[in-house]
Design a protein around this ligand. Structure first.
Ligand code: ARG
Ligand code: ZN
Length: 877
């Protein structure tokens, strides 16, 4: 059951049209699918039609409206095979299936959530609705008829444009939808139920009037206003920046509370996890607002990058996801602060994708085989895929990148294509050979670039020796050198940038150095004094870079770089070096130290009013325990890492007490809440400073006051986090947790935060707390958001709690995984990836982790999702 890229071939039959009729019922939904096919030219006349299926009950099967004799077809668990079909003429197959949406706990196919019928078909959910050629290269035009009880489901939605509907006189009604754009089955959607709506309009650049509708639970309409605003901005931006217009008369978004992922770009009918739609100041944090803006845009942008141009097969997933993430990143950068957005992206990439790329689940951005495609909706495909797109833009420059994108839209509109097709557009547009660059799609692992420099005062030359390597990853032991676009500046002592008179040993365009050999020596001439190199400006390449650089040089970069991202990077690297050192000291039982240069650098940036507050808050937020563990790389002891980190925090808090107290005051906002980036930045800086203030104090008073004074969810949840993490057992914390729970008991998204805050309380005792929380009446094992907020957050984001030395955390997780797997394999597999770095733990912990994983692997009735992950995790290196 392993699928290989090299086995790709087109289907034997061409699907011309799809007509679907749904008679909705919670336990007995009847689906009639009428599919018109013809045999592809050159295909053997005896070749059968093979359709995919998954857990289907078929009650009827017709060929051109006549029953197909049992001898001519075979229905198995996974397929429907029909023989004796016409040699050349088109024919119609009618399939009737009966589904039970209410008991569909996998949340794939047609399911029910809060009395609403909804679908999730990507990647292979459509085959849970009817037998079908369920693969992305089969594009067809769909008509959809929906029949349902009018009282229970006044709203009947599907893709495309509304054709009409009517009362049926028997308490039921129907609606018909027609989608003129040929699409693969994974973009099919149906929603039916009783929902409230927020409506607006958008006029496209060429004058098309588009009705915009966001459907939410009744009463939640006001909380969809920000999402609507973000949608309109995204539509406008895509016209201005990528020249892409919307192509139907209506665009709909439906928010549901049970959803496995973030959202889904079904043609004209996006379905969202309501976490990424609903927001108001009382219940959403600034991060929630930013995520909503990004995900609304992401799904909207898929209309062109994903829907109009789709993937030939699922190996090409990054074709739509990497590109669309890149587009949503650029959108957010234009809506907010570009630098701050880039810092957040890089933090996310390093904390999520780098560990994936360094562990047993590493895979190329464009994989060549999979067992369960759901397990490849990864941060490598999405975020590294986005970085690869960004590098193409960096290498080509803005204009040629734009030219390449335009060519892509022109050449491939309406097609299902490959990464090779995508890259070829940029080659054609620029005349550049991107063959070596394409290794970024094929070679897994984070490249390491090691650099050393020497200055010759007599010759006024600076010589950089650069060496690249890509670490071995599962099934890829030897790697070829990559084309790495490394943006670089040489700073002089006075902070200005050197302008070399000549460069030899590498191609350089602007400040982009093209590293293409395993080893390269680059000589810069006309350098008047010893320069300080600032590498990987803007994080131009997703690599690890090793260069011995003293704190003084890093401080120079932090003060003078014209690239603000590089300033943050210098301070962050300085902090990371310190934290690694402190972890080692803690482990050896030595006194813990923090360099003055770090403290000075952080405090100077924090107090620098010419820098925007959001940037300064990023400087103050130290690398996480997971970041430190990743930097150390092996034989990790999470307790020592935490002890070291706390010592560094304490030193900074003590040295900066005045600065921080002032910032808490000066960054306070008055007036009504505004979710814009600037206000959010002030809150972020204020809260970062408040963390240090609270850290420096032994009493919970300041956090309690902040909790009482908060008038928005950003400040309130931050204060509650400070209380819970710093004073977990104080009466003040117990009271605050109780009052928060009471106040928001009927708001699921806020209660998710309540669980997550407690799941991340550092230390071994938290496991018992998590266990107790699982019996809280508000815990709901069937709701993915709730399970992620407690179990997922504990495993992913509580280094000391989860990685208890006695292995109890792993045993707890193993138990949970098996429990979740029985209902929702996709969710179970995703949470299990929290153990992806288990091999980098010290041997007592890694031994416990291995036993827990072996326990999962040996369990009966494992889903393909979980067994795929656990087997890859245990596979010998
Ligand atoms: N295409 C969606 C997005 O990135 C993700 C859907 C993934 N769903 C899944 N079941 N694997 O916007
Ligand atoms: Zn996507």
């Amino acid at each position: 059951q392993i699928v290989h890229l090299e086995d790709y071939r087109p289907t034997d039959f061409v699907l011309e049209r799809v007509d679907l009729t749904f008679e909705l019922d919670p336990r007995e939904t009847k689906v009639e699918a009428r599919l018109i096919f013809h045999r592809r030219e050159g295909v053997s006349p005896s070749a059968p039609l093979v359709l995919d299926g998954d857990e289907l009950t078929m009650t009827g099967l017709l060929l051109d409206q006549v029953d197909i004799p049992a001898a001519l077809y075979e229905a198995t668990d996974e397929a429907l095979i029909i023989r004796g079909l016409p040699e050349t003429a088109p024919f119609e197959i009618t399939i009737t299936t009966v589904l039970s949406p209410e008991t569909n706990t996998k949340l794939m196919g047609l399911y029910r959530t809060s009395n609403v019928y909804c679908t999730q078909c990507e990647a292979e959910g459509f085959r849970r609705i009817t037998y079908f050629p369920d693969r992305p290269d089969v594009l067809a035009v769909y008509t959809v008829n929906i029949i349902a009880d009018k009282a229970a489901a006044p709203l009947l939605l599907s893709n495309g444009n509304y054709l009409g509907g009517a009362d049926m006189g028997d308490g039921r009604h129907f609606a018909s939808w027609f989608d003129p754009h040929p699409k693969p089955s994974y973009l099919f959607a149906l929603v039916a139920g009783d929902l409230g709506v927020v409506e607006d309009r958008f006029t496209t650049a060429s004058g098309r009037e588009v009705a915009l509708k966001i459907y939410v639970e009744h009463g939640k309409e006001p909380r969809a206003a920000y999402a609507m605003d973000a949608l309109k901005r995204a539509m406008k931006w895509d016209e201005e920046v990528f020249g892409r217009e919307y192509d139907l008369d209506i665009f709909m978004i439906v928010a549901v509370s049970d959803f496995n992922m973030g959202a889904m770009e079904n043609k004209g009918l996006n379905v969202f996890n309501d976490k990424y739609v609903l927001a108001d100041p009382e219940t959403a944090t600034d991060t929630d607002y930013a995520n909503i803006e990004a995900i609304i845009a992401h799904e909207y942008f898929h209309n062109w990058t994903g829907n109009r141009i789709t993937c030939r097969d699922w190996f090409q997933l990054c074709l739509k996801e990497g590109l669309t993430v890149y587009r949503d990143h650029e959108f957010s950068a234009d809506m907010r602060s570009r630098t701050v957005k880039r810092i957040a992206e890089v933090r996310h990439l390093k904390s999520e994708q780098f560990p994936e790329d360094a562990g047993p689940l590493a895979h190329p951005v464009r994989p060549t085989k999979y067992r369960e495609i759901n397990n490849f909706y990864t941060t490598t495909v999405y975020e590294k895929g986005s970085e690869v797109t960004r590098m193409i833009a960096t290498i080509l420059g803005r204009d040629l990148f734009k030219k390449g994108m335009d060519l892509y839209f022109e050449r491939h509109d309406g097609q299902a294509v490959t990464i090779e097709d995508f890259v070829a557009c940029f080659e054609a547009a620029s005349g550049r050979d991107l063959a070596q660059f394409s290794l970024w799609y094929h070679q897994a692992g984070t490249p390491l670039v090691t650099a050393s420099g020497s200055y010759d005062a007599g010759k006024q030359t600076y010589t950089l020796s650069l060496e690249q390597s890509v670490p071995p990853t599962p099934e890829q032991s030897a790697k070829a050198p990559m084309h790495i676009p490394l943006r670089l500046g040489l700073l002089l002592e006075d902070g200005t940038e050197a302008t070399p008179t000549a460069v030899s040993g590498a191609d350089i365009t602007g400040d982009v150095l093209h590293l293409t050999e395993r080893k390269q020596t680059v000589v810069f001439s006309g350098i008047p004094s010893r320069p300080v190199p600032s590498f990987n400006r803007g994080f131009s390449a997703p690599i690890n870079l090793h260069f011995e650089q003293g704190a003084r040089d890093r401080a120079l970069i932090a003060r003078h770089e014209t690239d603000l991202f590089a300033r943050w990077q210098a301070l962050n690297t300085m902090a990371l070096d310190n934290l690694v050192k402190a972890a080692a000291e803690a482990r050896r039982g030595q006194p813990l130290t923090c360099d003055d240069a770090l403290i000075d650098g952080l405090l100077a940036a924090a107090a620098e009013d010419r820098l925007e507050p959001a940037f300064r808050s990023q400087v103050l937020s130290l690398p996480s325990e997971a970041d430190i563990a990743r930097e150390i790389g092996s034989n990790n002891d999470p307790d020592a890492i935490q002890a070291g980190r706390q010592a560094v925090l304490a030193a900074i808090a003590a040295a900066g007490s005045n600065t921080f107290a002032q910032l808490v005051d000066r960054m306070s906002l008055s007036g009504p809440f505004r979710p814009d980036a600037e206000s959010a930045g002030r809150r972020a800086l204020r809260n970062a400073a408040l963390s240090y203030v609270v850290y420096a104090d032994d009493r919970p008073e300041k956090a309690t006051n902040a909790f009482r004074a908060a008038n928005n969810m950003t400040d309130l949840s931050h204060a509650l986090t400070l209380l819970a993490h710093r004073f977990p057992d104080a009466d003040e914390t117990v009271d605050a947790l109780a009052s928060f729970k009471k106040r928001f008991a009927d708001n699921a998204l806020v209660i998710d935060k309540w669980f997550a805050i407690q799941a991340t309380i550092p230390g071994a005792a938290t496991l018992d707390r998590v266990r107790a929380l699982m019996s809280d009446p508000l815990f709901n094992a069937n709701n993915p958001n709730r399970v992620r907020s407690l179990v997922g957050t504990f495993a992913f984001a509580n280094a000391t709690g989860f990685n208890r030395a006695d292995g109890e955390g792993y045993r707890f997780l193993a138990h949970q995984i098996l429990d979740i797997d029985a209902r929702n394999p996709q969710l179970a597999a995703r949470i299990l990836t929290s153990m992806r770095s288990w091999r980098s733990l010290e041997k007592v912990r890694s031994g416990h982790a291995r036993s827990a994983l072996e326990g999962i692997a040996g369990a009966a009735n494992l889903s393909a999702d979980v067994s795929d992950i656990v087997e890859r995790m245990l596979k010998d290196e």
